[in-house]
Design a protein around this ligand. Structure first.
Ligand code: NAP
Length: 541
């Protein structure tokens, strides 16, 4: 057993807050705004030099959202959603960052954000029911509530490949892209990975570079994004009835409107299925999820969709061997579905080479490139598009200790354990926004974030009104929720491949399906039931 947090008695907490928030992405910013509205003192600590979270760090060429901009935005403020103008169907990273900066300015948030500062530790002081927090700039704080808005995909996965430090050219990671423009003109570039980030970056890097070599371990399903400039009349139409679109979104499994065909493929004729597939391909993007209600649970339906996409890949890629290599063999959408602009067509270019590393693997990085088995490849710049230590990576970087000094990292060693993805038993008054065990990455993140922020805010109001100091999930409620999360995932086809949903992309990480895949509406219903029953499953003290 770990020692209680004895060092707390020596801590000289110089600042007291009602709430400390970690992270200035969409989640942290709205949490700050909400708590301030409640009259609480709150402050965000943020490692970056500016706000934006994901959209602050992921500046790689081609980075843009894969949910339509008119839906991938806050809905808590009618004025905000009326005044902001999106220029494209899928906003590029720079525009998303402009939007976030606008939100910061509009709600005067910056005065309560400490940038360039990491939270190193958060220790629960049982005697005073306070979180004692240390930051990388030396700040010591005490806070009644500690709210982790650290993001689901924010700890970059940097594979430890032998020889990396010997590489003589620049090395980039898509999730930590430099702020100054990177120009690949005239360069030979190597890129490792073919997930969503790579699928967006590859077509653009290929246009700039002298030569691009793509090192692929597993091919991914991708559908065309059909990105385009937004027609002002379309924007006006939506704005005149924004609430209806938002309501349709919240009623959808993914918390955004996919114009879902409510039917399972088993309820449709062959002609209807064909028409639906073609319709979804034309619609583009993640609307593909709305095609067939049973695609995640019915192998035949899933195979049929997978075959359809594989045929499309074969039509797009001129070299049949390359097309075969680019065709995923996994369950459709087992890894997160990608939305692309000219990705597969990029392999028809003379200056692009695809290297299969699924069998031999990268043996070493050399000063001028890398080796796959004994085959050497040379380039001047290396891009890691190798993703993230998802959902738990950023939390594990912070020394979080709850009751009896137990660390969250130890508690989660065999996979994250939460009640509703919001709280973990033994860590009173600590909240995770879109934490593991919540729908988070299966949904429109902003809608899920808003639901969590408002739920946390309601909990805090309830505690204040009832003169209570702490809320702590019970072990029983947590066990039941974790079992439910696992059962739902087991009932789908999605835990059949080595995805980051399962933590399978990180060597040594326990394979546990982390997000809740029961859908946004049932999740919200469960949260509401819990609240109506006086926060059933929590101990309030
Ligand atoms: P990712 O989907 O995890 O893809 C990482 C890629 O790197 C995979 O192809 C993976 O191969 C490969 N890889 C990882 N470690 C490797 C190693 N040691 N050796 C060789 N290859 C290795 O990461 P991502 O592309 O950054 O995307 C992560 C998530 O972020 C997405 O799923 C999505 O949710 C989100 N995202 C969204 C957008 C968007 O909104 N448009 C854009 C980018 C990212 P394996 O598959 O074999 O592991």
């Amino acid at each position: 057993m770990t020692e209680p947090n004895k060092q707390l008695s020596q801590t000289n907490a110089s600042t007291h807050l009602d709430a400390l928030i970690v992270g200035a992405g969409f989640a942290g910013l709205y949490m700050l705004h909400k708590l301030r509205e409640q009259g609480l003192t709150a402050r965000i600590y943020e490692a970056g030099s500016g706000p934006g979270g994901t959209w602050f760090w992921n500046r790689y060429p081609g980075a843009r959202v894969d949910i339509e901009s008119m839906q991938y935005s806050y809905q808590f403020s009618e004025e905000l959603q009326q005044e902001w103008e999106w220029s494209e169907r899928y906003a590029p990273q720079a525009e998303l960052l402009d939007y976030i900066n606008h939100v910061v300015e509009r709600f005067d948030l910056a005065r309560d954000i400490q940038f360039n500062t990491r939270i190193d530790s958060a220790l629960f002081d049982e005697a005073n029911n306070l979180w004692q927090v240390s930051a990388s700039n030396g700040d010591k704080l005490s806070a009644k509530y500690c709210i982790m808005a650290t993001g689901c995909l924010s700890a970059a996965n940097k594979p430890d490949i032998p020889g990396l430090s010997s590489f003589t050219g620049p090395v980039y990671h898509t999730g930590e892209w430099p702020h100054e423009a990177v120009d690949f003109t005239g360069k030979r570039v190597g890129i490792i990975g073919t997930g969503s980030s790579a699928i967006q970056a590859i077509p653009i890097i290929a246009e700039q570079a002298d030569h691009l070599t793509v090192f692929q371990r597993t091919p991914n399903f991708s559908v065309p994004a059909h990105n385009k400039a937004l027609d002002p009349n379309y924007i006006t139409d939506i704005k005149q009835n924004y609430t209806a679109l938002r309501d349709r979104g919240k009623q959808g499994f993914t918390a955004f409107d996919t114009q879902s065909n409510e039917k399972a493929a088993t309820e449709m004729t062959a002609e209807e299925i064909k028409a639906e597939l073609n319709k979804r391909w034309q619609m583009g993007g993640l609307n593909f999820y709305g095609g067939f209600a049973d695609f995640m649970v019915n192998q035949e339906t899933n195979d049929m969709i997978a075959d359809f996409v594989r045929e499309k890949i074969a039509q797009k890629v001129s070299n049949p061997e390359t097309a075969k290599l680019l065709s995923p063999k996994t369950v459709f959408a087992c890894k997160r579905l990608c939305a692309d602009t000219g990705y597969f067509e990029t392999y028809n270019r003379d200056n692009v080479t695809l290297v299969d590393i699924s069998k031999a693997g990268i043996s070493t990085i050399t000063p001028e490139g890398l080796k796959v088995g004994d085959d050497a490849y040379t380039f001047n710049c290396l891009v890691f598009a190798t993703g993230f230590d998802a959902m738990t990576g950023s939390l594990n970087k912070i020394d979080i200790r709850g009751i009896d000094g137990k660390t969250l990292k130890d508690k989660w060693a065999a996979g994250p354990r939460t009640y509703l993805g919001l709280c973990s038993a033994g860590f009173p008054n600590l909240f995770t926004i879109s934490g593991p065990g919540s729908p988070s990455v299966f949904t429109n993140m902003i809608t899920s974030i808003e639901q969590h922020v408002e739920y946390i805010s309601d909990i805090i109001t309830y505690l204040d009104e009832h003169k209570l100091s702490t809320i702590n999930a019970t072990e029983e409620a947590e066990d039941a929720w974790v079992n439910h999360v696992n059962e739902v995932a087991d009932g789908t086809l999605l835990n059949s491949c080595s995805s980051w949903y399962l933590g399978a992309n990180i060597p040594g990480k326990e394979r546990v399906f982390m997000p809740y895949i029961g859908g946004f509406p049932p999740y919200v219903e469960k949260c509401e039931e819990v609240a109506e029953r006086g926060y059933e499953g929590f101990t309030l003290a």
